[in-house]
Design a protein around this ligand. Structure first.
Ligand code: ATP
Length: 451
């Protein structure tokens, strides 16, 4: 098995200012523009109420229910990646140091309301016990009598992990009775599961009705602080790097970033092809959302009207076809965007684009990055993402605030070995995107307001 990367025509750089496709989409674009403006004004009126923090609670002797995000990959009964578990340690340790009895609740995977052994949190309890260097009790169910008895009998400094919340269909339905049972043995509630805060579930919203106080955990606070800074008080130059599979997932975020005064937007990944095709470039068989072409043009137009630098790839790594990629000898080549023939598939940004993007990051004071620059899972199509990971790490070394969100971008940061240089790695996927788009997250809204 081997991979060969060649480069053709790298000197054929094009500058992308004029758009070939604009005139074809004029009318739809105007209509879309007014819709975007309307939603922007609605969001401007929304304010974020400060919420109680775990640091505001008197935890001494209290039974504290902590909603954590232990949705981690498990293989052969072992935790494969413990990033999310480690991210919750500061809150758990804080609660223990302040005299709390800690009851942890989480979901894992999508068991669809039934008990499914492979989604049991038992391996997480064992792993957490190693990380905390103390025993972690485990309840085989999250709301049965035994779980309640175990929670009620907890001694000071003890930790109990409840079984997967999603083994009960009532969790995702935000069922009141289920929320009440969950809260019954607990005095206060702390939500540290930012990644689940965009869902109104019993353990994120319903439960808050049945405790005296509901506060944000330390991880939740950190997420709200950094992501909040990106949308409310960005430092300039402020650069957004967006990639991943779909434009449609990221439109609200791009619009919100434009509203919040972003200075540069760099687009990579498959979503770049929708913008490129909308401009009239041939993108071969690259992934495109054809129903998003006019929207893509409208976004680019808005960015230009707001004097935002909008950078699309100038070159990319291509292959002859999508299949087969895995386990085969792949001949990938890097070509300028305008050389894409009908049959080719673009799977990563090229080295020249990495250079342009890195240059655009050189003076950044704040950077937000969501979504990989290519099919990062399959080398050599990880090169663009890893190149950008190094560029953002260098910006952070120079003092820029760098926030990275989205599972794949976070994995890329780890793969590039630069995770510890990034200012804040967001643990949320959908929650991060919704927050950045200016949406109110139900799990945050349900927390107790600060006086
Ligand atoms: P997550 O959903 O895990 O939070 P994310 O927000 O970082 O991830 P997504 O929008 O979900 O990113 O997109 C990631 C997916 O996009 C990856 O599986 C990657 O392989 C795919 N992708 C990136 N570039 C391309 C491309 N050029 N062609 C096809 N797929 C691509």
């Amino acid at each position: 098995m081997g991979l060969f990367v060649s480069r053709e025509g790298s000197d054929q750089v094009h500058r992308r200012k004029g758009t070939l496709g604009t005139r074809f989409f004029g009318l739809r674009l105007v209509a879309h523009y007014f819709l975007v403006e309307k939603s922007r004004k609605a969001k401007d009126l929304r304010s974020f109420m400060p919420k109680l923090s775990i640091k505001d609670l008197n935890l001494s002797g209290q039974r504290v229910l902590v909603r954590v995000d232990f949705n981690v990959p498990i293989k052969d009964g072992k935790v494969e990646d413990d990033t999310r578990i480690r991210a919750s340690l500061p809150t758990i340790e804080y609660a223990l140091e302040h005299g709390a009895k800690v009851i942890l609740a989480s979901h894992l995977g999508r068991p669809k309301g039934q008990r499914v052994d492979k989604y049991s949190l038992k391996p997480v309890a064992d792993h957490l016990s190693t990380l905390l260097k103390r025993p972690v009790l485990f309840a085989d169910d999250c709301v049965d009598d035994e779980a309640e008895a175990m929670a009620s009998k907890l001694a000071l400094g003890e930790v109990l992990l409840l079984e997967n919340l999603r083994f009960h269909p009532e969790e995702e339905k935000n069922d009141d009775g289920f929320a009440k049972k969950l809260a019954r043995p607990c005095d206060v509630f702390v939500n540290d599961a930012f990644g689940a805060a965009h869902r109104a579930h019993a353990s994120t919203v319903g439960v808050t009705k049945y405790v005296s106080k509901a506060a944000a955990g330390l991880l939740m606070e950190k997420e709200l602080e950094y992501l909040g800074k990106c949308i409310n008080h960005p430092e300039h130059p402020f650069v957004a790097i967006l990639g991943g599979a779909k434009v449609s997932d990221k439109i609200p975020v791009i619009n919100a970033l434009i509203d919040r005064g972003v200075d540069k937007i760099l687009i990579g990944g498959a979503m770049a092809y929708t913008f490129l095709k909308a401009e009239g470039f041939t993108v071969g068989k690259s992934l495109v959302e054809d129903n998003m072409l006019s929207t893509a043009l409208a976004i680019k137009k808005r960015a230009e009207e707001n004097d935002i630098d909008f950078l699309l790839p100038t070159d990319h790594q291509v292959v002859d076809s999508y299949e087969p990629i895995k386990g085969q000898q792949i001949v990938a080549k890097t070509i300028p965007i305008e050389f894409t023939n009908i049959g080719l598939v673009g799977l990563d940004i090229g080295i020249e684009t990495v250079g342009h993007f890195s240059k655009a990051l050189a003076d950044a004071r704040m950077i937000i990055w969501n979504g990989p620059m290519g099919v990062f899972e399959e080398p050599p199509f990880d090169q663009g993402t890893i190149g950008v990971a190094h560029a953002v790490a260098e910006a952070a070394d120079r003092g820029a605030i760098v926030v990275v969100g989205g599972g794949d971008s976070v994995a890329a940061i780890a793969k590039a070995g630069v995770a510890d240089r990034i200012t804040h790695i967001s643990t949320g996927g959908g929650a991060t995107l919704e927050f950045l788009a200016g949406e109110e997250l139900p799990g945050v809204a349900a927390l107790t307001d600060k006086d």
